[in-house]
Design a protein around this ligand. Structure first.
Ligand SMILES: NC(=O)c1ccc[n+]([C@@H]2O[C@H](COP(=O)([O-])OP(=O)(O)OC[C@H]3O[C@@H](n4cnc5c(N)ncnc54)[C@H](OP(=O)(O)O)[C@@H]3O)[C@@H](O)[C@H]2O)c1
Length: 259
């Protein structure tokens, strides 16, 4: 299917690896020029080459920490009028909520809630004026199915979800949509390190722990980053103009509820 977004411009936050990179690659395949970002340079430059080599849109590397005002300004200076915005950032560390202080919470809320809100604030009105915009926030299945040890993530991402729900309907009349994409277990560096930490905490062998986790997924396997990227690209398509304010699960059937 031609997603009808060739020639569009996208900012993809936190995208030298993992889910962000997969989204950037899927958009580039559709002919979208992508501005990718990360704090570290080496993986970022390699990702830009890898994405440009796909032969669709061009990837430009922007070294920027998306959790800072300065980093977000740098990204928007590099791509001042994005048609597509993918919000993403690193996830907060796991732990016991009894150990977290105000600073831990402020960091999590800044990284996984406020940073995305600020990017939306800076991009939305331009998209409305140009009569095209697609915003996808990468959140987590934890919004629907909280993991006890990921309390900082559960809390901050639920805050973003509530905020997005309040603003995502009105822009649809201008062909601007805002959706959240919720990964379950998608095979990235982050997923493997979360599983390793989980096994350690449970005092179990890592492979046995992983096997047990994957057995709870309908698909009985972790998702592929390319599957996640393709869904993100579809949400950014012209065809997806009538999908807004949704929380789209990409979890292979992990979430056991009806809605
Ligand atoms: N993979 C999953 O199964 C899964 C499930 C649920 C939720 N999530 C969430 O989805 C998000 C992405 O996860 P992932 O699996 O793709 O992680 P990943 O494989 O560790 O990749 C994270 C990427 O984000 C960049 N990054 C991190 N912090 C950044 C910052 N402050 N500014 C700019 N770039 C930053 C990293 O580069 P630098 O370190 O160089 O900056 C890297 O490119 C995380 O919030 C994670 O918690 C993932």
């Amino acid at each position: 299917m031609d997603l009808k977004i060739s020639g569009r411009k996208a900012i993809v936050c936190a995208s030298s690896k993992g889910l962000g990179k997969a989204c950037a690659k899927a958009l580039a395949k559709e002919g979208v020029d992508v501005w990718i970002s990360a704090r570290g340079n080496d993986a970022l430059l390699a990702a830009a080459d890898e994405i440009t080599a796909v032969g669709g849109g061009r990837a430009t590397a922007v070294t920027a920490d998306v959790t800072t005002e300065a980093g977000r300004s740098t990204l928007l200076e590099a791509c001042p009028a994005p048609d597509i915005l993918i919000n993403n950032a690193g996830g907060p560390p796991p732990g016991d909520f009894r150990d977290w202080d105000q600073n831990d919470w402020f960091e999590a809320v800044n990284g996984n809630m406020y940073s995305a809100i600020d990017m939306i604030k800076r991009c939305l009105d331009g998209m409305i004026e140009r009569r095209f915009g697609r915003i996808v926030n990468i959140t987590s299945v934890a919004v629907k199915m909280p993991v006890t040890t990921l309390g900082l993530s559960n809390g901050a991402r639920s805050g973003l979800t509530g905020f997005v729900s309040g603003i995502a309907r009105e822009p649809a009349q201008h062909n601007v949509t805002i959706n959240n994409l919720l990964p379950g277990y998608i095979a990235t560096d982050r997923m493997w390190s979360v599983l390793e930490a989980g096994a350690k905490q449970a005092g179990l062998d890592v492979q046995a722990f992983q096997k047990n986790m994957f057995s709870k997924i309908g698909a009985k396997r972790p998702g592929k980053p390319a599957e996640f990227g393709a869904t993100c690209a579809f949400l950014c398509s012209q065809q997806a103009a009538y999908i807004t304010a949704q929380n789209v699960l990409m979890d292979g059937g992990l979430f056991p509820g009806t809605l």
